[in-house]
Design a protein. Structure first.
Length: 220
């Protein structure tokens, strides 16, 4: 049993993750931006914490993370506004890493996307460019911290029923391209990664596939 803080606690994946972790006996702190999200988050078994991470500095963010054993970054600006994308997906994410370090939280799982890289190759005139740049910068910063980090990098998200099975890029020598994965399976993968010391220091890119999630994570 541990205490896990989820930043971006009202997202679709985050809500599913909160249910899984709470059902497994973990204490879950769900950090949300809006008072209107409190009731829905509470139904998952998580404890809602209202705080706008876009506005918080490192010490203020660290106060919310103190006492946690792990942090999951699942927040995002949602696209559409490049300035806000950089403010949330890059700048606030980086502050959260510094806050986790300051608060003495050892474990950090970043929710990124399949193909995230400083060499992402997205053209500057593409609407996805700001997001690709922001995620690349945040992921790269995380790699340079002293945190026990894992980058969870799912492919295109669907609302399909979870299958409990995935395929992981590079596992067993297989080189995958981005496909699709259900949000329910993404939540299950994150829950498994949190408990998987072998995933520390790794970027885990995955699609839905044929390998049970627990088995795939064990092989990392």
């Amino acid at each position: 049993m541990s205490t896990i803080a989820i930043i971006g606690g009202h997202g679709k994946v985050a809500l599913l993750l909160e249910q899984l972790l709470s059902a497994s006996g973990h204490d879950v702190l769900a950090i949300v931006r809006n008072d209107e999200h409190v009731a829905e988050v509470a139904k998952t078994g998580a404890t809602p914490v209202v705080a706008d991470v876009e506005q918080l500095d490192v010490p203020a963010m660290a106060e919310h993370l103190t006492g946690a054993d792990a942090v999951v970054w699942s927040a995002g600006a949602g696209g559409g506004n490049p300035a806000r994308t950089y403010a949330v997906d890059r700048d606030a994410a980086i502050r959260s890493m510094n806050a986790a370090t300051s608060a003495g939280v050892p474990r950090y799982v970043m929710v990124s996307y399949f193909g995230a890289s400083v060499d992402h190759g997205v053209p500057e005139d593409n609407s996805f460019f700001a997001y690709a740049e922001a995620k690349a910068a945040a992921d790269e910063y995380l790699r340079g911290t002293g945190l026990e980090w894992t980058i969870a990098a799912p492919s295109s998200l669907t609302d399909d029923e979870p299958t409990g099975r995935i395929e992981v890029n590079g596992l067993g020598g297989q080189e995958l391209t981005s496909g699709k994965v259900s949000r329910g399976d993404v939540a299950a993968v994150i829950a498994a990664l949190l408990q998987a010391p072998q995933s520390v220091g790794k970027m885990v890119q995955f699609n839905n596939g044929s390998t049970p999630i627990a088995e795939a994570v064990d092989q990392l």
